[in-house]
Each structure stands twice: as C-alpha cells, then as structure tokens.
Design a protein around this ligand. Structure first.
Ligand code: HGY
Ligand code: MN
Ligand code: MN
Ligand code: MN
Length: 402
C-alpha cells in the first residue's frame, strides 16, 4: 500500500514553494529561483525514495530506480500557471515518487528501469512556449524554439545559459528506451465529479494551438477625437474576441483569450495597440484546423472595417495524442481492483504525455478535481482520491513491469 500520509506531506511541502501568501496561488515559472527550490525538493524526495537523480540537457529532473534495457516512465511537471493550484502537475510527480518509494520499501525490483520525470516548463507561462522538457525528450524541440522571449525580452536560450545550461546539446535529452509512459494528473474538469468517481482513465489528449495577436490602431486624445474618426485598437480587439468565441461554438472546439495588454494603457488615451493571445484546442485536429483557417479571415475583415492593422504570430502548435489501448486496459484493471467503476474520458487540457506519445505508448490516470476547478488557488483533490489514484498508478506500473 502506498503511504498516503507521506504523499500528503510532500504535497504540502512543495505547495509552499512559490506560493503567494495572500492569494495562496502558486507561481513557479521556468528558470527562476522558485522553480530551482522546487527542483531541489523533488530531487531530495527522489533520493529518499531510493532513486538516483540526474538533470538532462534542458533541465528535466529525472529520478531512476533499478536497472534494465528499457524504462517504464512516470512524470508530469512542477511549474505552474500564474496564481495556479498546488496539484496541477505537482501531483503527478509526487505520486510517481511515492510509487517508487513504496516499491523500494517492498523490495520490488522489476526487470526495467523505473523513472520519474519532473518535466521542464510544461505550462509555458514565462515564455509563451510550453512543454519544453517533454518536447526535448521526444525529439520535438528545435534550437530556434529557444528564441521565445519572456515579457522582459529574455529568451529561453538566455535563461538556460544564465541557469548554467548550454543550448546546443538538446539532442542528448532525446529518449528511445521508454517502454511506457504513465502520467497521473488532476482532471481539471467536472466529469469525474459528475460521475461521482475518484479516478478515471484518459483515452486521448486535446492539443493546444497558441497564437499571439497584435492589433495596431492610433493612440489619440480621448476627449478631442470624435467616435467616427478613431482607429481604436481595443474596440477592434473586443469585436475580434467575440468573433473568436462564435468560431469556437461553430466548430465545437474551445478557444480562450487569456492574456491581453492595452498600450499605452491611459485613462484618457484611445488605445493605439492591443496584444492578446488565443488558445484553441480540441481532441480532433481537423476541427481546430478549420477554425484556425476562418479565424485569420475574420480577424482581417474586422481590422479593415475598423481601420486597424492585425498581425498574428504562431506561439505553439501541439498535436493531439491517443492513449495506448493495452495501457488503458492495464489502468482499467487496476481501477477495478479498487472495486471502482472504470470511467474513460478525453483530456481537454494539454499534458506532457502528448509529446511523450511520439516516443512511447502513453496513458494518463485522472484524479477528481473538486468543482472541476483548476489553474486557480482553489484547485483541490482529496487525500482519499489521491490515495486511490496513486494505488492505481502503483498497480499499473506492476502490471506493465510483468
Ligand atoms: O494548457 C494546458 O492545457 C496545460 O495546463 N498546460
Ligand atoms: Mn496546467
Ligand atoms: Mn498540468
Ligand atoms: Mn471536435
């Protein structure tokens, strides 16, 4: 049996690093001191669990237990969105460490290496380009991807160098020895809560398309400029954002404008420029492609009508991923062993598992999210649900290792 008390202690310890003590939100972004502190805590937990710890060329923290030609890998991420919760990503890493700790205590030594990975920069909060660590491990990271800048103009490459990494050894992070990749993650939605179930098994993962949009009008005096003589970047952007919402409904996908910056941002100045981001996703790549095609036409039409310029730039495009049928069966059998109904569901949220699907069979185990809330300090999963899910993870790894 996994040690639920130890796991909860680890959740609380990690949950203090990068915490905004006022909002209780988590703020751990890549290549920052908070993230390094979190990596150090994860490395300590890995060592206490009997693993050797290495850091690869892009900063993935990897704990290794046992030996063997092939590797059974578990993992997730410990970076967060701004004001995030303490379970998103972190739970997947900590539950995996708990699984290995329990294996070590039970002297279980499978004929495979068992690894736990804390992937670098899954959220993409700082640079607007996410899934850095799993892209590198799956051989999907190009050097030019490292030119993505943060809000201060520091690129990923620069941040890597400042943190003591070199940027021309990405190829060394690529893995070809992974027999299976299993990721435990909070659901971040309401499906399991509505089904009144603590855990579920994921069938596929929708993938995000992220765009950056710059709308350029003219900054002018708010009092002296008549309404019909304005090139107002914010009213144009507002019409665009409502049009994006309509497109999402039309194609049955989800689309979100999560970041928006008004320039020069003065009470009595007509906004001359607005920068905003678009996150569009669906499990069906075709739906997103069709929506994206129409998006550009819609944005340009509104821009012409309002006399502004609209420039779009691709930030990231990730392919949706299907989970492996055999692994789904093995997780399902582990759930049935807990005398629970098996509930399969797609993941609307993106995960490192999407990239790992390029180098290994993947599966995900979802834990119920209270109220479906996530990317929010109120994110919560109960210790009981977490214990059940971690036991399912433990039993799944045993089945794969047979
Ligand atoms: O954006 C996502 O789906 C994940 O939280 N990175
Ligand atoms: Mn997230
Ligand atoms: Mn996550
Ligand atoms: Mn669809």
């Amino acid at each position: 049996m996994i040690n639920s008390t130890r796991l909860q202690q680890h959740i609380e310890t990690l949950g203090q690093i990068g915490e905004n003590t006022v909002t209780k939100g988590m703020n751990r972004f890549s290549f920052t001191t908070e993230e390094q502190q979190a990596n150090d805590v994860i490395a300590r937990f890995m060592q206490e669990a009997g693993m050797t710890v290495t850091v690869d060329a892009v900063g993935n923290v990897i704990g290794t237990y046992g030996s063997g030609e092939e590797t059974i890998m578990m993992g997730s991420h410990i970076d967060t969105v701004p004001e995030g919760g303490k379970y998103d990503g972190a739970l997947g890493v900590l539950s995996a460490i708990e699984v290995v700790h329990t294996m070590a205590e039970q002297q279980v030594t499978p004929p495979y290496k068992i690894e736990v990975v804390a992937f670098k920069d899954e959220e993409g909060t700082r640079f607007g380009f996410g899934l850095l660590g799993s892209r590198a491990m799956a051989g999907l990271l190009e050097e030019q991807d490292l030119q993505a800048p943060d809000d201060d103009g520091i690129t990923i490459a620069q941040a890597m160098v400042d943190a003591g990494f070199v940027t021309d050894t990405l190829a060394s992070a690529v893995r070809t020895d992974i027999k299976a990749y299993v990721e435990l993650h909070i659901e971040q939605g309401k499906v399991l809560e509505n089904a009144d179930l603590p855990v579920g098994v994921v069938t596929g993962i929708a993938a995000p398309l992220w765009l950056d949009v710059k709308v350029i009008g003219v900054s002018e005096h708010a009092g002296a400029t008549p309404m019909d003589l304005r090139c107002d970047a914010l009213t144009a952007s507002s019409e665009m954002i409502l049009a994006i919402e309509k497109l999402a409904q039309k194609f049955g996908i989800v689309a979100t404008v999560g970041k928006l910056q008004v320039k020069p941002n003065g009470v009595n100045v007509i906004p001359g420029q607005v920068d905003f981001t678009i996150d569009m996703r669906d499990i069906d790549e075709e739906d997103v492609a069709q929506a994206e095609q129409q998006l550009y036409e819609v944005l340009q039409k509104i821009a012409e009508k309002r006399g502004v310029q609209c420039d779009t730039q691709l930030l990231q495009r990730v392919k949706p991923a299907k989970c492996d049928e055999l692994l789904i069966q093995q997780v399902s059998a582990a759930i049935e062993a807990q005398h629970l109904k098996v509930h399969t569901l797609p993941s609307g949220a993106g995960h490192d598992a999407m990239n790992m699907a390029n180098v290994a069979p993947i599966v995900m185990i979802f834990v119920r999210s209270k109220g479906g809330i996530s990317h929010n300090p109120l994110e919560y999963s109960s210790p009981e649900d977490i214990a059940i899910a971690t036991q399912v993870l433990y039993d799944t790894i045993q089945k794969i290792a047979q």
